[in-house]
Design a protein around this ligand. Structure first.
Ligand SMILES: [Mg+2]
Length: 406
């Protein structure tokens, strides 16, 4: 991680929670005998974010006396509002205590299990001024929503109640360039006065992880005694075959252009779920059609860009796509079942650990590839010889992993 600083807005009044938690600021609400805010901080520590400014106001003393100036090796400082400055004013005031040029901003009364690395990578890849985390939810009418374009840049904000059904909501975690609030007054709303009015591009990244707003009594009661799981990938890497797993296979032929690429039902949604369980997801696909001259490497790139952006819209990630255009007869080291593409992934991503990784595919060569690289294997569709698990589809696999261990 490049960015190691965060501002957490912890000055909320907690009016909605008053019936459940008395005499405590919202972020201090008790969750399994610990303040809610500790879970938020624990999650930041996982991503090495170690400099935190807590923006406090209402019942500030309860927060300051609990945390002091450090928590599990994390530096904690405070910006204390004497008069309410609005969310924007509170962020701007707190940023004065941040020495680096970039900073995460979080709400102290919600918990959203995201991969901060992924948010940061998209931010810097796009040279963005600001990026925000989004979550797709089934019933969005209780929330305000956002709409995004093909590059996941926000095109509009939709008022609470104006949209029913599924929608993308603001997850309350941002990464921003400190300078973007320079010209704002002392007091303003971050949402109304900045996000909804700025002419800067607001990038987004969609995540499918757990989202808890403790301001909502029902959300709070769901975790009050059970506690909250902080970010954790139980598995290292998932290698996915493409044809017959992600997209419909063309029997006896090749997908040579984007218009021929058809997602298998619920495959995109499945990758969204699997992205919460695997640190990395790679696609490994022999594309002999290139070697045969039926398509070009650029055609393959176009197809994969389309595939990745569609998956991203469902909260999924693909860290990288590996292909082997060589003809079968060459028996190239990168052509499955040979393990070359897995070796490349481990070179590109040094934290790849085959002992805790899985290969999923619909052909015997996929299973053999996984075994050759030292991974466990999953057959999708018909059962393959030697596979450790068998699922009828990627979607079935994603449903299994929610309640079971591999
Ligand atoms: Mg296949």
């Amino acid at each position: 991680m490049i960015v190691d600083s965060a501002v957490i807005l912890a000055g909320g009044f907690g009016t909605r929670l008053q019936s459940v938690v008395n005499d405590l600021p919202k972020p201090m609400a008790t969750v399994a005998n610990r303040p809610f805010l500790e879970y938020v901080l624990d999650n930041l520590l996982i991503f090495n974010i170690k400099k935190v400014v807590l923006s406090v106001g209402y019942l500030a003393e309860a927060i300051i006396s609990h945390f002091g100036n450090s928590y599990k090796g994390m530096d904690i400082s405070y910006s204390v509002e004497d008069t309410p400055l609005g969310t924007g004013g509170a962020i701007k005031y707190s940023l004065q205590k941040i020495s680096s040029n970039y900073c995460f901003v979080l709400n102290g009364d919600s918990f959203f299990d995201i991969d901060f690395n992924r948010l940061e990578k998209t931010f810097f890849d796009n040279n963005a001024d600001i990026i925000l985390s989004l979550r797709q939810i089934e019933n969005a009418d209780r929330y305000g929503c956002v709409e995004i374009d093909n590059n996941n840049i926000i095109t509009s904000f939709v008022e609470k109640g104006a949209k029913s059904g599924a929608g993308l909501i603001n997850g309350g975690i941002y990464l921003l360039k400190k300078s973007i609030l320079e010209n704002f007054p002392e007091k303003f709303s971050f949402e109304k006065d900045f996000l909804e009015k700025t002419n800067k591009k607001i990038y987004t990244e969609i995540f499918t992880g757990n989202f808890i707003d403790i301001g909502v009594p029902k959300d709070y009661l769901s975790i009050a005694s059970a506690g909250l799981k902080t970010h954790h990938y139980p598995y290292n890497s998932l290698f996915l075959d493409r044809d017959g797993v992600i997209n419909v296979r063309i029997i006896g032929g090749y997908v040579t252009k984007t218009s021929e690429f058809e997602f298998i039902d619920k495959a995109k949604e499945a990758i969204g779920i699997l992205s919460c369980y695997f640190k990395h997801i790679f696609v490994v696909t022999n594309q002999q059609g290139i070697g045969k001259g039926l398509m070009t490497a650029t055609d393959a790139d176009d197809i994969h860009n389309y595939m990745i952006s569609s998956i991203k819209k469902n909260g999924g990630k693909i860290d990288k796509v590996y292909i082997c255009p060589a003809l079968a007869a060459e028996n190239h080291i990168d052509r499955k079942p040979n393990p070359g593409m897995a070796v490349k992934a481990a070179k590109d991503f040094p934290d790849v650990d085959f002992n805790n990784s899985f290969m999923a595919g619909d052909s015997q060569s996929d299973i053999d590839f996984g075994k050759n690289a030292g991974m466990k294997t999953i057959s999708i569709g018909s059962e393959m010889l030697g596979a450790n698990h068998n699922f009828s589809s990627l979607h079935d696999f994603s449903q299994f992993i929610i309640n079971n261990s591999l």
